[in-house]
Structure formats: structure tokens, C-alpha cells
Design a protein around this ligand. Structure first.
Ligand SMILES: *Cc1c(COP(=O)(O)O)cnc(C)c1O
Length: 373
């Protein structure tokens, strides 16, 4: 590896976070770990193997390509695809034994014919839209119709019913608790199906925020994502659980320059030295996932010191001010992560940019090697 920029993925911390989630939900509830989007940027194959080795039940992905990647890597655990099915994927779904989310009877018919062609049945989870307004079947009549097809069509096996919460990360004292309303709708739909004689094997709903919000949202399975990677899902309060960030992003200084007053740095010359400054160059840019919006604003860590980004973040390089710090070529700079309370916190950068840790993690591109420790 020649690259001087890398992401360190601490699998011990990942396992710790699984234990925190499992303790929160109790032994009876199974974990379907959300590993979509390359495990939130952490590297899906290594992360999935580590998660399965500590007893998570299965893996949640967003696309069939993601599921196939896991099967190609030799993973035989249950995989549920959360996303809508693209035309033409049904036979692959059957062949590779990928459980899929279903929201209408046409999809069930297509899966049944793929099961006939391949000779392999397909596991399905009926997805219900209880207020997210994104995917799923809406309303009791349509739900019961899909459930009847799901339980009476050869080649498809109904495994579960689920929904997704829109607002589980809202403050706990919010006036209207949408999460409770959504969970109540899910429960009453499931009760209704059971009343009319449909067997519902299991129910799931909770993302990370709902897991820590209230045990009433746990049902039979939970689907954590961000909590496994070490970030608190709540926008405010309720941050008492000990989750540890799994990813740290590092780079090494490749140039150090002493600049006189008046010298300028980077595109547009938005950084002007007011006094003699030492400026160091880092081989990381927005093509690696360092947001350009951190230009002249981002705060990184050099040997325990807070250092500021000087000028615009470029595609492949970024400059920092190292005046007085005696920076040398090869010195390691931490962009995100590391120990708790570090200067370079991804959560702080997300807040500063008005976004969420999810987006900054997913932005770390394939050009950045992942090193597992
Ligand atoms: C991404 C996702 C999750 C996990 O959400 P987190 O907030 O990361 O815990 C759970 N369920 C579905 C359907 C998802 O798309």
C-alpha cells in the first residue's frame, strides 16, 4: 500500500457496540445488522464477518448487488434486502437465497415464478408504510391482501412483517410521539392479520434510535446500523450508552512549507497568511470523502493539537496550519475518530456541517484503504 491516507476500522469496538445493543434489547431479540452502503463506509465483508462471529442473526442491505457481494464472499447467514426490487432481479434473489421486502401482490407473483424457474423458494418480509412515506404497503385492506398472497403462494415463504420509523431520533420529550403512533399501527395490523387466521412469524421495526428509545419498539428483531458503528442516534439528550466510534481516518503530511505574510493557500486564495505561517499539505481531499464544505473550517488533530484547514479542500489534497508545531514529513494527522473526546470528532464535523455522521461515513470513498485492527 502506497497510499498515505487510510481508515482504521477497530473490530473490537464494533463487537463492543454489538454487545451494547444486545444488552439493550435482551437475549430474546435478534439483531439484523444494517450493513448497507459498504457497512456505512466501514467495508462490508470484513464488518459482516466480524458481526456474525459475535452472534448477530443476519444482515440488512439496501440493494441486491450488496446482497450478492456478501454471498460471493461466502456468507451464508440470512440477508434481508430493504429496498424495492429492480426489474429482472427475481431469479437471482431465489438462486442466492436473499430475503426481500415486498409491498404488493405483483411482486409476490414475480417471486413465485422465479421460484418455479430456479426450483428454490424465496423468503419475504412484508414491509408496511406506517408514516415514513417511503416504501411499504399502506392501509389495512391492502396489507391484508398482500398478507393473504404472501401466505398462500407456492414458492414464497412469509418470514416477517416490518416497518421503518421516521422520527425515532426526535427528542424524547417531543409533543407528538410519531414513533409510538407508528408502532401502534404496526401492532394493530399484525393483530388484525392474526385475527383473520394469517400466521405472522415475526415482527420488526427498530433502527438504532428506536432501540434506545423504548423497549416497546423491540418486537422480535431489531435492525441497528449507526449504533453498531459507534454513533449516538439521538439529536439531543439520552446519550448515556457507551458506544465507541469504530472508524478513524488518518493521513500523513507530504509537504511542509514556511510561508511569509501575504502568501496564499489553495484554489481561490481564500486563505491569506497574515504573519509567517507554517503550512502542511495532506494527501486527502473531497474525492476521498473529506467534505469541501470544511474549507477554512475543519479542525483536525496533529499529535494532540487542534489544527485548522487552510483554504479550500481540493479533490486530492488539503492544507493545514501547523505554525509552532514543528510538523515533519510523514507526521500522522487524524481527520476523524480515534480516542473519545479527540479533537477530530466525526460527530462534531457533522454538526458543524449541518449533517449527520451517516453522511460523512458513507462519503469516505473506495480510494481510501480500510485497515482492520
Ligand atoms: C438503514 C436502515 C436501518 C438502520 O438505521 P440506523 O438509523 O442506522 O440504525 C434500519 N432499517 C432500515 C429499513 C434501514 O433502511
Amino acid at each position: 500500500m502506497w497510499r498515505q491516507t487510510w481508515a482504521e476500522i477497530d473490530l473490537g469496538r464494533l463487537r463492543h457496540n454489538v454487545a451494547v445493543v444486545q444488552a439493550q434489547v435482551g437475549k430474546r431479540v435478534k439483531i439484523l445488522a444494517s450493513v448497507k452502503a459498504n457497512a456505512y463506509g466501514h467495508g462490508v465483508v470484513e464488518v459482516s464477518k466480524a458481526l456474525l462471529s459475535v452472534g448477530v442473526h443476519g444482515l440488512g442491505v439496501a440493494t441486491i448487488e450488496e446482497a450478492v457481494e456478501l454471498r460471493d464472499a461466502g456468507i451464508v447467514a440470512p440477508i434481508l434486502c430493504y429496498g424495492a426490487l429492480a426489474p429482472g432481479v427475481h431469479e437471482v434473489v431465489a438462486e442466492r437465497q436473499i430475503a426481500v421486502s415486498v409491498m404488493n401482490t405483483e411482486e409476490i407473483a414475480r417471486l413465485a415464478s422465479a421460484a418455479r424457474v430456479t426450483g428454490r423458494g424465496v423468503d419475504i418480509h412484508v414491509k408496511v408504510d406506517t408514516g415514513m412515506g417511503r416504501l411499504g404497503v399502506r392501509g389495512e385492506m391492502a396489507f391484508l391482501q398482500v398478507m393473504r398472497a404472501a401466505t398462500s403462494t407456492d414458492g414464497v415463504r412469509l418470514r416477517g412483517v416490518y416497518t421503518h420509523f421516521s422520527s425515532a431520533d426526535d427528542p424524547l420529550d417531543a409533543q407528538v410521539d410519531e414513533t409510538r403512533t407508528q408502532a401502534q399501527e404496526l401492532s394493530s395490523l399484525v393483530a388484525r392479520a392474526r385475527e383473520v387466521g394469517i400466521d405472522v412469524p415475526l415482527v420488526h421495526a427498530a433502527n438504532s434510535a428506536a432501540i434506545f428509545r423504548d423497549p416497546q419498539y423491540h418486537f422480535d428483531w431489531v435492525r441497528p446500523g449507526i449504533a453498531l458503528y459507534g454513533y449516538h442516534p439521538f439529536s439531543s439528550g439520552h446519550q448515556t450508552v457507551e458506544l465507541l466510534p469504530v472508524l478513524s481516518l488518518y493521513t500523513r503530511i507530504v509537504r511542509v512549507a514556511d510561508m511569509p505574510p501575504g502568501a496564499t493557500v489553495s484554489y481561490g486564495r481564500t486563505f491569506v497568511c497574515e504573519k509567517p505561517e507554517q503550512i502542511a499539505t495532506l494527501p486527502i481531499g473531497y474525492a476521498d470523502g473529506l467534505p469541501r464544505a470544511l474549507s477554512n473550517a475543519g479542525r483536525l488533530d496533529l499529535g494532540g493539537h487542534n489544527v485548522q484547514i487552510a483554504g479550500r479542500v481540493c479533490m486530492d489534497q488539503t492544507m493545514i496550519v501547523t505554525t509552532g508545531l514543528h510538523a515533519k514529513l510523514g507526521d500522522v494527522v487524524r481527520i476523524y475518530g480515534g480516542q473519545e473526546h479527540a479533537h477530530a470528532s466525526l460527530a462534531d464535523a457533522a454538526r458543524q456541517l449541518g449533517t449527520i455522521p451517516y453522511e460523512l461515513l458513507c462519503a469516505i470513498s473506495s480510494r481510501v484503504p480500510r485497515i482492520y485492527v
